[in-house]
Structure formats: C-alpha cells, structure tokens
Design a protein around this ligand. Structure first.
Ligand code: HEC
Ligand code: HEC
Length: 168
C-alpha cells in the first residue's frame, strides 16, 4: 500500500517535471522536500519560539514534560503562554523580555517571542542567579511582573496560583 502510494507520487512528480520545462530538476526536488512538513514549532539547535508556527498544551506548565529526561522534546529553560485580557483566549506573537530591574529597568537580558498559539519557550541557558523581571509586550501595552523570577516555569504559577499571563 505504502509502496503503491510512493510509486504514484513519483509518477506525478515525474509528470510535473516533464510538463514544467522551465523548472530545473533541483527546484522540483526542493519543492518535494517541503511537502507534508507539519511542524508544531521550532526547537532545534537550542532555539525557541519565533512568532510563527503553532504549538500545544496552552496554559499547562510546559516543564511538566520538557525537562531533562522528560517526555517533551527539548529541555525548556523558560516557557509559558500569553492570553488576551479575557484571560481565556490565547494572544499570539507577544514579546517576552527579561530585565534585570522591575518595570523595564536595568539591562534587557533575554527576549522570547510567543508563537501563533500564544506559547513561548526556549532551550537557551538562562542565568537565574541575578534577578530577572518579566515584561510581556503585546500590540498596545506592556505588562510588567513587579517581582523577580528564579525559575522559568511561567505557567507553574500563572494559571495556578495567580492570573494567567495576559497582554493586549
Ligand atoms: C504532557 C506533556 C507536555 C506538556 C505539558 C507540553 N509538551 Fe510540548 N511536547 C511534548 C512531547 C511529548 C513532544 C514531542 C512530540 C510532539 O511533537 O508532540 C512535545 C513537543 C513540543 C514542541 C516541538 C519540539 C520540536 O522540536 O519540534 C514544542 C515547540 C513544544 N512541545 C512546546 C510546548 C510548550 C510551549 C508547552 C507549554 C505551553 C508544552 N510544549 C507543554 C509534551 C508536552
Ligand atoms: C513563582 C511564581 C511565578 C512565576 C514562576 C512567574 N510569575 Fe509572573 N507573576 C507572579 C505573581 C504572583 C504576579 C503578580 C504580582 C507581581 O506582579 O509580582 C505575577 C505577575 C506577572 C505579570 C504582570 C501581570 C499583570 O497583572 O499585569 C506578568 C506580565 C508576568 N507575571 C509574567 C511572567 C512571565 C513571562 C513569567 C515567566 C518568565 C512569569 N511571570 C513567571 C508569579 C509568577
């Protein structure tokens, strides 16, 4: 069954290559590479969410799974979910900045971008020995956490012991 499908696909690609005389073999090959790629985010090579793409488990503590030896792919150092002011609907594309001082003061140490699901995450190493104050920037406003964090499990508190992270 799988072989038949492959053969059919090959036949179709061959036809496409033949009918599109202007197309080089190379570009046809690179097109076929992108077929069927349904990634839910990008976490390869120590990266993080980048504003595009979608991910999963919005609102849950990502590090329940994305820890060293855990079932989730990638060991996340900072991760969470941003909602709109209703705190029920996710807010895509927010920017999460971590400053050394409250209210956007001090030095901007790290920046993360939430993806299309409102989720943000990174696997980069984060220095929690100095105080880090989160600031979440939406389209029209920035919300500041007034106290500093010593861990990156944002959804370990937000949505459990305090409000969900929100912006607008
Ligand atoms: C219940 C366990 C669990 C929780 C909670 C969880 N994840 Fe995952 N995650 C997984 C597993 C398992 C995979 C790998 C399989 C897959 O892609 O579904 C994964 C994969 C991913 C990937 C894709 C990694 C890659 O390199 O393609 C991203 C991005 C991701 N999770 C983000 C998050 C974010 C952000 C959160 C928190 C809002 C979260 N996950 C919460 C289990 C979890
Ligand atoms: C240990 C629990 C805890 C963790 C972890 C945590 N927060 Fe908070 N956060 C709070 C509490 C409690 C408040 C309300 C008091 C304050 O502002 O300090 C808050 C407030 C905020 C606010 C301001 C909310 C408002 O009303 O405008 C933002 C934004 C925020 N946090 C973002 C984050 C982000 C982003 C992370 C992860 C990098 C994070 N928080 C991690 C507990 C936590």
């Amino acid at each position: 069954m799988k072989m038949k499908l492959l053969t059919a696909l090959l036949a179709i690609f061959t036809l496409v290559i033949i009918s599109l005389q202007s197309c080089t073999k190379q570009s046809a090959a690179s097109e076929s590479n992108s077929v069927g790629g349904s990634e839910i985010g990008e976490n390869e090579s120590g990266g993080g969410s980048s504003g595009n793409g979608i991910s999963h488990n919005m609102g849950l503590n990502c590090m329940n799974c994305h820890y060293s030896g855990g079932p989730g792919e990638g060991v996340f150092t900072v991760a969470g979910t941003v909602y709109d002011t209703s705190k029920a609907v996710t807010f895509p594309g927010a920017t999460i900045n971590l400053y050394t001082g409250p209210g956007g003061t001090g030095t901007l140490k790290y920046t993360l971008k939430a993806d299309g699901s409102g989720n943000f995450h990174t696997t980069q190493s984060i220095d929690f020995t100095t105080a880090l104050y989160p600031a979440v920037q939406g389209k029209t406003s920035t919300h500041y956490m007034s106290t500093s964090i010593s861990m990156g499990q944002c959804n370990g508190c937000h949505g459990i012991t305090t409000n969900r992270i929100f912006t607008q």
